[in-house]
Write a protein that binds this ligand. Structure first.
Ligand code: MG
Length: 372
């Protein structure tokens, strides 16, 4: 048995190259907590998590003060046991995204180490359903963009082989949203997929009204139409429109996902590996979705989700929003609009440690365990 000997903590801020806005917020910076584990066999595992600009320091404080000190001496192969112990040790702060984000940084590091020990890539260790998946782009669909720009970007994505594009909705008037959606549909033709995302902006009645207005566009889905915790609202909406309802990026536990699926509250499950607490719970949600015959189309984090979507049989789409390019040596591999699961052992993310060292925030850099 090997044991964890050292835990290194760091956080870097990554500013998006394009302005990202939706109906309720702006994505100003990806705070990226990083956890690097070293075990007694000389193996290492690297995990990470993210925020979109607030809460990163709280995640790092949870890691430093409470979670990471529990790791030295533990067998890194016992991931379920470690995850549960860490969760129970912070139980009074769950269910909640800050704790889930901190757990995810550790859990993904444990999975990285497990895969490297096996000499296999994550998409194989976690299931091995396929080695590539279709991409849709969100990076050209932000709410502040003019209609012409939306259309231009969607056409460029279509020409590059992407399978679809998602735009933000939630303009003050329903007619404005409809005009933008129909302009896109006219431009890309009937067969290419279009998705829309309201980022929880609507009331139930407004969501039903807009969804019915959107129906002629034959959308792949309407994402986060309602506040994420409004289960009965999602049930009502799903029964009132033919547009598939997608949600999950703001759901933080496997039990809440089960409730949504069991009640028929959504048609597309968008579980986010960081916000749900790591790969361990992510896979449970994906398998539960399979049992309900629902597809999994995870939110953001394409560099990690590519392997998870390829691991499970019901992974349908990967969301294209590039974010790690500044701290990795190789971007996501794309072949004719399809994302390729990395073949290297582990998560398959080639971290650039020189860049990370240069950009890490000193207040959140720490070493725990031997050499610390
Ligand atoms: Mg979304």
């Amino acid at each position: 048995m090997s044991t964890i000997e050292r835990v290194e903590l760091a956080m870097v801020d990554l500013v998006p190259r394009v302005r990202r806005t939706d109906a309720i917020q702006s994505f100003v910076s990806q705070e990226t907590p990083l956890v690097r584990l070293f075990d007694s066999d000389g193996l290492e595992g690297v995990g990470y998590s993210y925020t979109i600009g607030a809460g990163g320091s709280s995640v790092m404080a949870l890691l430093l003060d409470h979670l990471a000190p529990q790791l030295p001496g533990r067998d890194p192969a016992h991931i379920e046991s470690i995850w549960r112990d860490l969760k129970f040790s912070t139980n009074a702060t769950t269910v909640g995204v800050i704790t889930a984000l901190a757990l995810a940084a550790i859990d993904t590091a444990l999975w990285d180490l497990k895969c490297r020990r096996a000499g296999l890539p994550l998409h194989v260790v976690a299931g091995g359903a396929k080695d590539r998946v279709g991409l849709y782009t969100t990076e050209g669909g932000w709410l502040h963009l003019e209609q012409d720009t939306l259309v231009e970007d969607a056409l460029a994505a279509q020409a590059a082989g992407f399978g679809g594009a998602k735009i933000k909705v939630g303009k003050p008037g329903a007619a404005q949203d409809v005009e933008r959606i129909m302009a896109l549909r006219d431009a890309v033709g009937p067969a290419w997929e279009l998705m829309v995302d309201a980022n929880q902006a609507f009331t139930v009645d407004e969501a039903i009204r807009r969804a019915r207005c959107f129906e002629p566009a034959n959308l792949a889905w309407l994402e986060e139409p309602l506040p994420a915790d409004d289960l009965s609202g999602h049930v009502r909406l799903s029964g009132a429109t033919t547009v598939p309802i997608a949600t999950g990026e703001s759901i933080y536990s496997i039990g809440h996902f089960r409730e949504f699926m069991q009640r028929g509250a959504c048609s597309v499950v968008q579980v986010d590996v960081a916000r749900v607490g790591g790969i361990t719970p992510w896979l449970k949600v994906a398998h539960t979705a399979e049992s309900f015959n629902l597809p999994v189309c995870p939110h953001f984090l394409m560099e990690l989700h590519v392997s998870l979507v390829c691991a499970v049989p019901n992974g349908r789409w990967l969301e294209y929003i590039p974010q790690l390019d500044e701290i990795t040596q190789q971007p996501l591999q794309i072949d004719n609009g399809q994302a390729l699961a990395p073949r290297e052992p582990g998560l398959g993310i080639a971290w650039d440690w020189e860049q990370i060292k240069r950009r890490r925030i000193n207040a959140h850099t720490a070493v725990i365990g031997q050499g610390g």
